[in-house]
Design a protein around this ligand. Structure first.
Ligand SMILES: [Zn+2]
Length: 299
């Protein structure tokens, strides 16, 4: 004989009509469309793969966390965690680059529509170590996807100038600048009107750290701290040691001749060292706490 259902069981029988409830504000909707974000993985299966927090609440939470941590990125990570969608720094950056800001909504749309992110949840963010990446890691990661020629251009340009000349530029600019600059190292650009026929490096040598020393002279009663180098570096010999031509100028009358000689030297760079008086000042300047009206033109 079938058992009679208990009264308590009868109480939990819900109506057939399905509704979608936000677990944050409690609002209910007959249709999830337009009210909830969709998630492809299936952790919200009983909710037809819609996340259980409504779009309005997501926006409010995003703004709250963004204020709390003073970071949209952090707020976005937290919301991705709550909605159980993956977060990627490189994706975040590319959304910011293309549309100014990245919200959980934009992130979720892309994650849903791009094949490589489908079937992923926030656990992928954790297992990929995405949260420990700094800006440089993210940049390196993006640049690893450049073409072979672009990566080679980047390496060669850096090797020649000695450091990354486009540090801080946006990725697309870096890509362009490296690819453009590399042409200057190729053969057959002798006729390029922009190519320098000679390189002249000028060293103004007063044997002190001039700007700070000038402050110490004028405002701190000549009390010099860490600004007098008295170094013995011989820039002429240093230039020659590196295959350049070195010229030293100690008098005004020697300036014109030094530049004439440097211009004639098209085979290697020329370093001209100008020995100047450490007491020479640079004007105009403004004293500490002064305004433009207090500008010092001469002493
Ligand atoms: Zn809500």
């Amino acid at each position: 004989m079938p058992r009679k259902p208990k009264t308590a069981d009868a109480d939990i029988i819900v109506s057939d009509k399905k509704s979608y409830k936000c677990l944050c504000c409690g609002k209910e909707y007959d249709s999830p469309i337009g009210h909830f974000y969709k998630n492809s993985y299936g952790n919200w299966k009983a909710n037809d793969n819609y996340t259980p927090i409504c779009k309005e609440c997501v926006t409010e939470m995003f703004e709250k966390y963004s204020r709390m941590y003073e970071s949209d990125r952090t707020a976005c990570i937290i919301l991705c965690h709550i909605l159980d969608i993956p977060f990627y720094n490189s994706l975040y950056d590319s959304i910011v680059q293309s549309s100014g800001t990245c919200t959980p909504g934009k992130m979720s749309r892309i994650v849903l529509n791009q094949r490589q992110f489908q079937m992923q949840t926030f656990s992928n963010t954790l297992t990929n170590g995405e949260l420990n990446k700094n800006a440089l890691d993210v940049r390196d990661e993006k640049e690893q996807k450049w073409s072979k020629a672009e990566i080679q251009a980047k390496d060669d340009v850096i090797a020649i100038v000695g450091y990354d000349p486009f540090e801080g530029h946006a990725e697309n600019d870096r890509r362009y600048l490296f690819s453009d600059l590399i042409k200057y190292f190729e053969d057959g650009i002798e006729d390029d009107p922009y190519k320098l026929s000679q390189i002249i490096q000028v060293v103004i040598n007063n044997h002190v750290l001039g700007m700070v020393r000038q402050w110490q002279t004028l405002f701190y009663d000549h009390r010099y701290s860490n600004t007098v180098l008295n170094d013995k570096v011989d820039f002429v010999k240093l230039a020659e040691a590196m295959g350049a031509v070195g010229i030293r100028v100690t008098k005004k009358e020697e300036i014109a001749a030094a530049f004439e000689e440097a211009k004639k030297n098209t085979k290697a760079p020329t370093v001209i060292e100008f020995i100047i008086d450490p007491e020479e000042m640079v004007y105009p300047m403004i004293k500490p706490g002064g305004t433009l009206e207090d500008m010092i033109m001469d002493c």
